[in-house]
Write a protein that binds this ligand. Sequence first.
Ligand code: GLC
Length: 469
Amino acid sequence: MGNIKVLYVSAESFPYAYVGGLGEVGASLPKALSRSGKVEIQRVMPGYKGVDCEKRTVTDFPVPMGKGYDSCILKTDLTDSEVPTYFVCNDRYFYRDHVYGYEDDGVRFFFLCSAVLEMLKHIPFKPDIIHLNDWHTGFISLLIRSSSMNVKTVFTIHNIIYHGYIPEEYVDGMLSDKEAKELGRPGYLDFMKAALMFSDGLTAVSPGYSKEIYSPELTGGLNLLIKARDDKVAGILNGIDTDLYNPENDDVIKYPYSWNNIENKKKNKKALCEYFGFPDEDVPLVSMVTRLEWIKGLDLVAEAMELMAQEKFRIVIHGSGNPYYQGLLTEMTRRFPEKVAVDFNYSPQLAKKIYAASDYYLMPSSYEPCGVGQLYAMRYGAVPIVNPVGGLKDTVKDRKNAKNNNGFHMKNRDAESLAEAMKRAFSLYGTAELDRLRENGMKADWSWKNSAGQYIKFYTDVLDIRRIK
Ligand code: GLC
C-alpha cells in the first residue's frame, strides 16, 4: 500500500486562525504527519476574515444548505508547500471579526461540512481518510455516509463539552427516525452526536481523556454514544512543534538557553519582570497562558491568592477570552499590585517570552482533554503545577522518589489544594531538587514523533476495518 491520503479538517489552524489548542494541533499534527513520509496530507478550513496569506482562487461551486444552496469560493495558500491548505470561503458566514461566538455558528459550520463534501468533487486530491476535529466538522461523517464516496472518517475529540446545532431540514432524508431522535429531534440536531455516531474511528487527545469521556458528568450524557463505539476509540496524546518551540533557538527569546545553561533563563526572567514593572527581587515567578474561561480554574487562582497573601512570588496571566475573568483578574492586580500582572491581548510571542521567563506554570483546570500549555512550559523549563485530570495527569508527574517526576499535583480541585501545591512548589525554589524536576521536563520528548506514528496506525486500522483495540 502506498502513502495514506488524509484530508485534515479543522475550524482552526495556526497561523491562519486560532483560538486555542485546537489551532495549534491543526498546525503541528498535519506537519508531523507529512514529515513522517507515510502520509500525504492536505488541510481545509474556513476562509475567515483575518486569514492572512497569499491566496489563489481554485474554483467555485454551489453548496447544498437545507432546502437551498449557497456559493463557496475555494482558495488555497500559495506559500505553504508542506501542508497544502484550502479555504472554503463565503463572506456571509466567515467574513466576521471572530472565529466563533455567533448565534448562527451551527449554520456557519454546517456550511464548512457541506462545502468539504462538494470540494472533493472539484480537486484532484482523493483522500482515503478525512480527519475531523471537534464539533464544527461533525456532520461530515453523516454526509459521507449518505454519499457514494469511498472514504473513511476519523473524528478527534478535543473537547466534548462544546456542541453546535442545526435545524433538521439540513440533513433531510439522511437519517432513520431512531437516529434523528438520537441526534436531538425534535428541535435541533447536534454536530457532536453526529460525529460520535457516524465516524469510522474516534480518538481523544490523551489516553487519560479517552477514559474520562466514558463518564456522564464530563460528557453531559454523551458517554453512552461513546460506549456504543467502544471498539473504535483510541487515546493519542497531543505533541507540540519542537522546532517552533525551542528555547535553544528561538528568535523571540533574547537569551537562548538549554537545561545545562539555565543562567540565561534567569536573564529572560529579569527582562520579563521589568517589562511587567515588578520590583527587582529574586522570588518565584509563576505564570498562566490561557484562554479566559471557566474550565481553566481562574476562580481558584483568585481565591488561592488570598490564601497566599504572606508568600513571596509573582504571577503573570496572559490570554484573552471571557470579560468576566478579565474583570476578576484586573481586580487581582489592584489587590496585589506587586504580585500580579495581566495581559489580555494574546500574542504567541509574548506567550513564549512568558514560558521562557517562568519558574513555574499553573494549570488548575477543572478538566483538560490534553492541554498544550504545560508541554510548552516544560520545554521552556517552567515546572507545572496542575490539577491532575485528562492530559495533565498523563504528562505531569508528581511522585515522591520517582526519577521522572516533573511537576506538582493539586490534591483536589479547590483553592486550598492549589495554594498547598504552590507553597510546596515554592518551598523548593533555588534547590537542586527543583533543578531536577525542571531538567526532567526539558529533556523529555514532547514532539509529535511518537503520537504521529499512533495516528498512522489508527488510520491503517480504520482503513482495514479491523477492530481498533
Ligand atoms: C481543546 C482542549 C485542550 C486540548 C486542545 C487541543 O482546546 O480543551 O485540552 O489541548 O483542544 O487538542
